[in-house]
Design a protein around this ligand. Structure first.
Ligand code: FEO
Length: 390
């Protein structure tokens, strides 16, 4: 992994890569592992900015001790208590009995819930929005960022070097050593929509608060340190958190029992592509559900195609809609294609689910396939292409 230099060098990177983990939060695939970022500020006082997952505590401690040299930490600042960041701090707090833990009220409570044997409860200093922590030439100013991604979250702005410690915000999936040359947006978008997607209003509130700050560096808890072109990242966060579509195009998500619904979806794909429309298509039974949530959030128009199954909806489409609803999916135009051999129900169930989401506009035309794609189906799909490109 390339050396990481942050600002003028007095903030040092002590994060670790986790290449052994398969699923983040037990659900999100990690083809390139995960980075748990942690930082050390060496000034008159020494502050550790967050820990890492307990799985990688020993590696983190080794990096920390090497960078500390003969110095001892005065503070561990816990911006977010989720165990991928707090899982390593107990041992360091016990190694340094004068070290104090700085966090929000909620973080103090959550740490004691996660670690019932916590031995440093009497060394927790609770801070809130507007409080500062003086380290010498460096000063941390705290901003409350509740629900980005948990209620405990704080961000910290280091005033002398204009560094924003942004907690989970601006993070992405992927270990740093495996993703150095990777485009940031792809895995950051999958991370954002799945981890913070539901909390758009809270992300908007924090972006508004931060907009008055001059920020030179963003140090998130996952993914690369952002030191250039920050307007690009902030702009994408503004788009995502306000639920505006990022890309003009159509995301087609289908589930199929015997290939006939898939055939209809691919017919639609070809016809739209022939008209120059940007398309992404996903077989919900054979693709990463989190990628598909990302796809639905990204595009301005969505097509859902699924068969009726056991008097209801194909379970992979039902699951997809459940996830979309739980992530706060809204403000999109959606077209429906259903398939049935008898007693069609799929479109009715999809419609009922979509009606529970905010600002979803359904195309009036619903294409109903009767078992297989016929000339009549193709005519209906051609008409749907016209609707989608009107
Ligand atoms: Fe990276 Fe919400 O924990």
């Amino acid at each position: 992994m390339k050396d990481i230099t942050i600002g003028n060098g007095s903030v040092q990177y002590i994060g670790v890569d986790d290449l052994d983990i398969d699923l983040f939060e037990g659900q999100y695939e990690l083809p390139d592992g995960m980075a748990y970022n942690s930082y050390l500020i060496l000034d008159d006082k020494v502050a550790i900015m967050d820990g890492v997952d307990g799985r990688k505590a020993a590696e983190w401690e080794a990096k920390l001790y090497e960078k500390l040299g003969a110095r001892t930490p005065d503070y561990i600042v816990v911006l977010h208590t989720e165990p991928d960041h707090s899982g390593s701090i107990a041992r360091v707090m016990s190694t340094y009995p004068k070290c104090r833990c700085v966090c929000s009220t909620a973080a103090s409570k959550f740490m004691q819930q996660f670690y019932p044997d916590l031995a440093f409860a009497d060394r927790i200093d609770v801070v809130k929005e507007g409080d500062t922590l003086q380290l010498g030439s460096h000063t941390l100013r705290f901003f409350a960022a509740p629900m980005v991604h948990w209620p405990d979250v704080l961000m910290a702005y280091e005033e002398s070097e204009k560094i924003l410690f942004s907690a989970d915000a601006f993070g992405k999936f992927g270990a740093l050593s495996k993703t150095e040359d990777e485009d940031w947006a792809c895995e950051a978008r999958r991370y954002y929509t799945n981890i913070c997607g539901k909390f758009g209003p809270q992300v908007q509130a924090v972006l508004k608060k931060l907009s008055v700050l001059e920020i030179a560096v963003i140090c998130p808890l996952h993914g690369p340190i952002l030191q250039e072109n920050l307007g690009y990242y902030v702009g994408l966060y503004d788009t995502w958190s306000s639920y505006r579509p990022e890309t003009e195009g159509v995301f087609i998500a289908f589930a199929s029992l015997h290939g006939n619904t898939a055939a209809a979806a691919h017919y639609l794909e070809e016809k739209l592509e022939a008209k120059g429309v940007k398309i992404e298509i996903a077989d919900l039974s054979r693709s990463d559900f989190a990628e598909n949530i990302e796809g639905a959030f990204r595009y301005d128009r969505i097509v859902l195609a699924a068969p009726t199954y056991e008097g209801g909806l194909h379970p992979f489409m039902a699951d997809f809609l459940h996830h979309l609803k739980s992530k706060g999916f809204c403000n999109r135009k959606v077209a429906l294609i259903e398939n049935c051999t008898w007693a069609p129900m799929a479109a009715k169930v999809m419609k009922a689910e979509l009606e529970q989401m905010k600002d979803i506009t359904l195309y009036e035309r619903i294409v109903t396939i009767r078992s297989s794609v016929t000339a009549a189906t193709r005519e209906e799909l051609d008409a749907l292409v016209a609707d989608l490109t009107a």
